[in-house]
Design a protein around this ligand. Structure first.
Ligand code: TYM
Length: 333
């Protein structure tokens, strides 16, 4: 039976945090038996922020190790490093020819990055969604497990694929859609009281899979709260709602309900609430944390996984590139 094709990746900007895990990696692990999965480490995407050569390689290793520690099985799944598949850069070039400035400039994540780093508005940043579309279309993926923040990029991948099909009058690329086993795409909030968990939002905003229990306790204890509810059944301000959303992800429904009741009765003590949240985060990440150390020490195994994955990914990519060249009319004499 032909399994549906799934592609997803994570930028190699460092260690994985709970946002990466609950938004993406947890779905990867759940999908690997029923789908034909390609999960990669997006090291080319991370070049937009100019990492040093040493940092770049170290970060690729972090993501590879953490994929494996989270339970992705390289026998079942194609795990690879994006730059090991040079065909991606070629497809990116072709897709760039029919990606328009206006639509790229309107992308929310581009606008956010421009606002955050006005001194580094490079062309790679502008065409970031095109590179992402190349990753996805390369293997003709249908499902792309990602967090909420990637939804617009998926829409752009569909646009570029459809435009290619129209231009070359071929029913070639299928339409990829964002996927999650949860009802909606996931958005994991950060600890700073505003918005999502992310690396660029500052070290203390994110809880990493490799953080020790002591570090997790410390980070959660410093999470932003307020003076407490001032009336019963009051709507929660963003910072408090974020902590409840985190609890919903890592704790049992009973625990969540317990603290929700206390909040509604104006009897909540944020100290106890945060202690419970930290312990549940520690528990949820314990099996992964334990394996990170072990796998990280085994360079021979990591080399073998990356090599095997690159071979499988290139086989699929080379087929696509052959067909795409043919459709475009690139032929050798
Ligand atoms: P990146 O590296 O920013 O994030 C990797 C994955 O983690 C998810 N994620 C979150 N989900 C929920 N809540 C959060 N706070 C949170 N933070 C991160 C992201 O949604 C993503 O699924 N452009 C991608 C990498 C990429 C890619 C691709 C993904 C490159 N090519 C092709 C899918 C398909 C990115 O920057 O993700």
């Amino acid at each position: 039976m032909n399994k549906e094709i799934v592609v997803s990746g994570i930028r190699s900007t460092g260690k994985l945090h709970l946002g990466n895990y609950y938004g993406a990696v947890k779905n990867f692990v759940q999908m690997q038996n029923d789908f034909n999965c390609f999960f990669f480490i997006a090291d080319l995407h991370s070049l937009t922020t100019h990492p040093t050569p040493g940092d770049l390689h170290g970060h690729v290793k972090h993501v590879l190790v953490e994929y494996l520690a989270a339970g992705i099985d390289p026998e079942n799944t194609t795990i690879y490093v994006q730059s090991d598949v040079p065909e991606v850069a070629e497809l990116y070039l072709y897709l760039n020819m029919n990606a328009y400035m206006g639509e790229l400039e309107r992308s929310t994540s581009f606008k956010d990055k421009v606002r955050a780093n006005p001194d580094n508005v490079n062309a790679g940043l502008l065409t970031y969604p095109v590179l992402m579309a190349a990753d996805i279309l390369m293997h003709k993926a249908i499902k792309v497990p990602v967090g909420k923040d990637q939804e617009q990029h998926l829409e752009m991948a569909r646009t570029f694929g459809n435009r290619f099909n129209r231009l070359y009058n071929a029913d070639y690329f299928p339409e990829p859609y964002a996927f999650s086993f949860t009802e909606n795409l996931v958005k994991v909030p950060g600890l700073d009281g505003k918005g999502k968990m992310g690396k660029s939002e500052g070290e203390s905003n994110a809880v990493y899979l490799s953080d020790s229990p002591e570090v997790i306790r410390k980070k959660v204890s410093r999470a932003v709260t307020d003076g407490g509810p001032t009336s019963e059944f009051q709507e929660k301000p963003e910072a408090i709602q974020n902590l409840f959303d985190l609890m919903k992800i890592v704790s049992t429904p009973d625990t969540l309900e317990h603290f929700n009741d206390l909040y509604n009765k104006m009897a909540i003590r944020y100290g106890d609430f945060k202690k419970q949240l930290a312990e549940d985060m520690i528990l949820a990440t314990a099996p992964i944390r334990d394996r990170i150390q072990e796998i990280s020490a085994d360079d021979a195994y990591l080399r073998q996984v990356a090599k095997h994955g690159a071979l499988k990914a290139r086989e699929s990519a080379q087929k696509t590139i052959r067909e795409v060249r043919e459709l475009i009319g690139i032929k050798s004499f």
